[in-house]
Design a protein around this ligand. Structure first.
Ligand code: WT7
Length: 635
C-alpha cells in the first residue's frame, strides 16, 4: 500500500523527512486522495490562538475517498463483517458497493428530513452497521455528527445535544449487549424533554421492543429509507469544515466537544491505520472499541474504510455468552489484526486460559492495545497466550483530541518493549517538559508530554468555546500542545506513558473528570461535599474512590449502606454506569489547605492504601481529618 513503512530504516527515513519538511511530507500523502480542488497551501498554524489549518482551500468529501475513489477495484470486497451479540444470530457481510448504496440512501433520508450541511446530528446507537452508515451519511451531506456512547445516561445525552445545538437524533428502539436487551429509545425520549433544538428523531428497529413514537418528531428508519433513492451526489466540503464533534471529559465539570475537521483527519487516520497495523489488502481487521469513542471513529470507520479494509464490527461484550467470545470471533472470521483495551485483556486473563484453548488464533498477525497504560503482566499474557509469542503488539498512545495514533510501534518494524508505546509516528514531534515548561532534553528523562508541531488530525477547537480549547491545551506551556499525560523517555529514547497528571481518571479506558463525578455525587440531596480520586485497580486500570461528606444519617433515616447505594445510583443516572464509584467513604471533613483547596494528593495516597507518605500535613486547615480518614481506610 502507498506510503507504507516496512523497515526500521524506512521508519527513520520517513521520520526525519517528516520533521525536516512536514509540509512536503504530508502533501505527498494527501496527494494520493481524491480532492475536488487541490489545496493552495499545506499548513498555517500558531498554537497561541490556537489556529491550525491543513490543506487550505482544498475541497473534498471524505466519503468519496471511501467509495467513489475505489469502487471499481474494491466494490465487491467486504467492508464490514458484522458479528451480532448472540452467537446464534448469523453474522452479515456488507461489501463496499452495498455500503455505498446504504450510505447514499441514508444521506437522502437525512436531506429528506430537513438536515442541511453544517447541521449537528447526534448518533445514539449500539454497535450495528447502521451506526457507521449514519456517520458516513452525515459526512456525505456535510452534516456534523456527534456520536454519544449509548451507555451514557439521558442527562449526559441531553447535555451533549444542547451544547452542540443538535436538530436531529439517530437512534434505535433497543440494543443487545450481553444476556438482556437494553432500552435505547426511552433514554432518548427522556433526554429530549430537556432539548428544544431537536425536531427529528430517526429510529432504527433492532430489538422490536415497543417504543413511543412522538407524532411529527419520530420516524422509522426503514420507512424513511424506502421513500428515497440510493443515489446521492456528495456535498463538496472545505478541508477545514467540521467533520465531527466528539465529547470527552476534562478536568473541569463539563465535557467538551472536541472538533475534528475533514481533510487533515482523513489523511492522518488512514495513514496511521495503514502503517501502525501494517494492513494488507484482504486482511480482516478488528477493533473492539465502540463507535461512541474516538477509537471507533478512527479505527473502525474512517481509517480502515478509507484504506479499503475489511473490518469486523461487534455488537456484544467480551464475556457473553462466555469469556471466550473474542477468541471465538477471531477464529470464526479469521481476524488478522486485533485491537483492544488493556482493561479487556486483564479481565479476560482473570477468567483463565481454558477460554482460549478451543479456538484457532493462527490467523493473527498483530495485536494492538489502546486507551490506558498496559501493565507488563497483561502485555506478557496477551503476547504469550493470544499472540502465541509469534506476533507483535502495538501499544498505541493517543487521545480524542489527537484524532489518530501519535506514539506507537509500527507493527513488525519497531522493536517493542512491554508497557512502552515506543516511538513517535512520522509527523509527530513530542517534547517532554518539567512543571515550569523547561524542555527535558536527551534520554532518561521524565516529565509532562507535549507536542510542539501540528499534525493533520489534531483538534481545531472545542465546540462553541474556543477559549476553553486554548486554556485546556495551549496555555499551560507556551507554544506547545499539552496532552495531560506524564511520560518517561528511557535510555533508548523509547516513550512510556505514565498516566494523567491532571484531574482526569481513566477507568477501563474511559476518560472521566473527577469534577464531573463530584458534581454528580453532589446532586444527592444529603451530600454536602465530595472529592473523587483515582486509585490502582487490577482490572479497570484505575478505580473511582469517592470521599463524601453528608448530612446526619440517622436524622434522615438512612444507614451508611443505603446512602452509598443511593449515591452510586445517582451517578449512574447523571453520567452513566461507567462512572459509578468503586469505593465510597463517608467522612466528616476533607483535608484542605488554608485557602480552602482540597488536598487531593493526600486522598490519592490513602486511596492507594499508602498511609505513610502523606507529606507535611501540619499546614492544613484541618490536619486532624487526615487521621480520621486513615483510620477509616484501615491504615
Ligand atoms: C487518554 C486519552 C486514544 C483512544 C482511547 C482513549 C490514555 C490512551 C494509551 C496508551 C497509556 C494511554 C492517556 C490519554 N491512553 N492510550 N497506549 N498508553 N495511556 O482516548 O478517552 O481521549 O483518553 O488515554 O492518558 O491521555 P481518550
Amino acid at each position: 500500500m502507498a506510503f507504507q513503512i516496512h523497515s526500521l530504516g524506512g521508519y527513520l527515513h520517513e521520520y526525519q523527512k517528516s520533521v525536516a519538511d512536514p509540509e512536503g511530507f504530508w502533501e505527498d500523502i494527501a496527494s494520493t486522495f481524491f480532492w475536488r480542488k487541490r489545496w493552495d497551501k499545506v499548513l498555517d498554524w500558531n498554537f497561541e490562538g490556537p489556529d491550525v489549518k491543513w490543506f487550505i482551500n482544498g475541497k473534498l468529501n471524505i466519503t468519496e475517498n471511501i467509495f467513489e475513489r475505489r469502487l471499481y477495484t474494491h466494490g465487491d470486497q467486504t467492508a464490514i463483517i458484522w458479528e451480532p451479540n448472540d452467537p446464534k444470530e448469523p453474522s452479515t457481510r456488507i461489501t463496499y458497493k452495498e455500503l455505498y448504496e446504504k450510505v447514499c440512501n441514508f444521506a437522502n433520508v437525512l436531506l429528506n428530513n430537513g438536515v442541511k450541511k453544517g447541521d449537528r446530528v447526534a448518533i445514539y446507537m449500539p454497535m450495528i452497521p447502521e451506526a457507521a452508515i449514519a456517520m458516513l451519511a452525515c459526512a456525505r451531506i456535510g452534516a456534523v455528527h456527534s456520536v454519544v456512547f449509548a451507555g451514557f445516561s439521558a442527562t449526559s445525552l441531553a447535555d451533549r445535544i444542547n451544547d452542540a445545538g443538535v436538530n436531529t437524533v439517530l437512534t434505535t428502539d433497543g440494543a443487545y449487549r450481553g444476556a438482556k436487551p437494553l432500552s435505547i429509545k426511552p433514554i432518548v425520549d427522556e433526554a429530549l424533554e430537556k432539548c428544544s433544538s431537536v425536531n427529528k428523531v430517526i429510529v432504527f428497529k433492532r430489538t422490536s421492543e415497543e417504543v413511543q413514537m412522538k407524532n411529527g418528531r419520530d420516524v422509522w428508519w426503514h420507512e424513511e429509507t424506502a421513500k428515497v433513492s440510493s443515489e446521492n451526489k456528495a456535498e463538496v466540503m472545505d478541508s477545514e469544515d467540521m467533520l465531527f464533534i466528539l465529547y470527552t471529559s476534562g478536568s473541569t465539570g463539563k465535557p467538551k466537544g472536541v472538533v475534528h475537521t475533514t481533510g487533515g483527519y482523513m489523511v492522518y487516520s488512514s495513514y496511521t491505520f495503514r502503517n501502525v497495523f501494517q494492513y494488507e489488502d484482504g486482511d480482516v481487521f478488528w477493533c473492539t472499541a465502540d463507535v461512541g469513542w474516538i477509537t471507533g471513529h478512527s479505527y473502525i470507520v474512517y481509517g480502515p474504510l478509507l484504506s479499503g479494509a475489511t473490518v469486523v464490527m461487534f455488537e456484544g461484550i467480551p464475556t457473553y455468552p462466555d469469556a471466550g467470545r473474542f477468541w471465538q470471533v477471531i477464529d470464526k472470521h479469521k481476524v488478522n489484526q486485533f485491537y483492544t483495551a488493556p482493561t479487556a485483556i486483564r479481565s479476560l486473563q482473570a477468567f483463565g486460559n481454558d477460554f482460549i484453548t478451543p479456538y484457532d488464533l493462527s490467523s493473527l498477525k498483530l495485536l494492538g492495545s489502546v486507551g490506558e497504560p498496559i501493565n507488563e503482566e497483561a502485555w506478557r499474557w496477551y503476547h504469550t497466550f493470544i499472540g502465541k509469542g509469534r506476533v507483535p503488539i502495538v501499544d498505541t498512545w493517543w487521545q480524542t483530541e489527537t484524532g489518530g495514533i501519535l506514539i506507537s510501534p509500527i507493527a513488525g518494524v519497531t522493536p517493542t518493549k512491554p508497557a512502552f508505546a515506543t516511538l513517535p509516528l512520522p509527523g509527530v514531534q513530542p517534547i517532554i517538559v518539567d512543571a515550569e515548561g523547561k524542555e527535558l532534553k536527551g534520554n532518561g528523562v521524565e516529565g509532562n508530554l507535549c507536542i510542539k508541531f501540528p499534525w493533520p488530525s489534531m483538534l481545531r477547537t472545542t465546540y462553541g468555546d474556543h477559549e476553553r480549547c486554548r486554556q485546556t491545551y495551549f496555555s499551560t506551556y507556551k507554544n506547545l500542545y499539552f496532552t495531560g499525560d506524564g511520560v518517561k523517555r528511557d535510555e533508548d529514547g523509547y516513550y512510556r506513558i505514565l498516566g494523567r497528571v491532571d484531574d482526569v481518571i481513566n477507568v477501563s479506558g474511559h476518560r472521566l473528570g473527577t469534577a464531573e463525578i463530584e458534581n454528580a455525587i453532589n446532586e444527592h440531596t444529603l451530600v454536602i461535599e465530595s472529592a473523587v480520586v483515582g486509585y490502582p485497580h487490577d482490572i479497570k486500570g484505575q478505580g473511582i474512590y469517592a470521599y463524601v461528606i453528608c448530612e446526619d444519617l440517622a436524622k434522615n433515616q438512612r444507614t451508611e449502606k443505603v446512602l452509598v447505594n443511593e449515591i452510586i445510583e445517582t451517578v449512574s443516572k447523571i453520567i452513566g454506569p461507567i462512572a459509578k464509584p468503586d469505593k465510597i467513604m463517608l467522612v466528616s471533613g476533607l483535608p484542605k489547605t488554608r485557602s480552602g483547596k482540597i488536598m487531593r494528593r493526600i486522598l490519592r495516597k490513602i486511596a492507594e492504601g499508602d498511609g505513610s507518605n502523606l507529606g507535611d500535613t501540619t499546614t492544613l486547615l484541618n490536619p486532624e481529618i487526615v487521621d480520621e480518614i486513615k483510620v477509616k481506610a484501615g491504615l
